[in-house]
Design a protein around this ligand. Structure first.
Ligand code: KIV
Length: 274
């Protein structure tokens, strides 16, 4: 059964398994596998839409994919990412959250940033919107952070991660994603906040873990971060299946009798004679 936000907060320390999904079949598979939380991440911009970053993703893209994921996983706790520049002001954030929750069926939104997004989180929480925070490497502002690289290696960036997570907790987030930070820093943050931390490239001490579906099953052939573990090579299996199909079409082996439909002899006779 779908957890409430209060129940999710109480799951601190329970090792939540979260995965992204962006459409009907992947959300259905992920839900059937018993994953606790599904994230319709704006990573869909890279792994589904073929952009080289998450920046071009629009609210319309997120609504479209969240609706499809919701149809695949009607009972799942579904979180939808607020895309880049869709939550710059409290009014914009409320409008984006309304689209993601009312039009698309998300149970929660996720947004990136620490101390600087506290007023936005507070406005959303005040309006009754469940919010998942995201600190460390925040892909929407990766350029300002010096690229897709480990955050929190030095005192200044480590402090930004610790303070950001604490501020999001105080502002009312029900959880916080820690992306690409040293494991020991993630352990300290996890101990200091009262809400679940969900790590990606943040080591084993977080309360939960999240991965991008396409990375986990081998469906994204672009850049694969070192923190990703491949659990399947679905891309290879699909490529081989398509190549076999093409070969059989060309050789005449497909379609066979099993994939064809018969017609009664007498109907043919009536049409064309004997
Ligand atoms: O967009 C996304 O998929 C994410 C996860 C990597 C946490 O933000």
């Amino acid at each position: 059964m779908k957890p409430t936000v209060l129940e999710l907060k109480r799951k601190k320390g329970e090792r939540l398994a979260m995965l992204t999904a962006y459409d009907y079949p992947s959300a259905k598979l992920v839900a059937e596998a018993g994953i606790d939380l599904i994230l319709v991440g704006d990573s869909l911009g890279m792994v589904v839409l073929g952009y080289d970053s998450t920046l071009p993703v629009t609210v319309d893209d997120m609504v479209h994919h969240t609706r499809a994921a919701r149809r695949g996983a009607p009972e799942a706790f579904l979180i939808a990412d607020m895309p880049f520049l869709s939550y710059g002001t409290q009014d914009a954030a409320l409008a984006t959250a309304a689209r993601l929750m009312k039009d698309a069926g998300a149970d929660s939104v996720k947004l990136e940033g620490g101390v600087e997004v506290v007023p936005i989180v507070e406005a959303l929480v005040r309006a009754g919107v469940p919010v998942l925070g995201h600190v460390g490497l925040t892909p929407q502002t990766a350029s300002a952070l010096g690229g897709y690289k480990l955050q929190g290696k030095d005192e200044e960036t480590a402090r930004r991660v610790v303070d950001g997570a604490a501020a999001l907790d105080a502002a009312g987030c029900w959880g916080v994603v820690l992306e690409l930070v040293p494991a020991e820093l993630a352990r300290i943050v996890t101990q200091r906040i009262a809400i679940p931390s969900i790590g990606i490239g943040a080591g084993a001490h977080c309360d939960g873990q999240v991965l991008v579906f396409h990375d986990l099953v081998g469906l994204f052939s672009g850049f694969t971060p070192t923190f990703v573990k491949r659990y399947a090579e679905a891309g290879n299996a699909i490529r081989e299946a398509c190549a076999r199909y093409a070969e059989e079409v060309r050789s005449g082996a497909f379609p066979g009798e099993k994939q064809s439909f018969p017609i009664k002899e007498e109907v043919l006779k009536r049409l064309y004679g004997s």
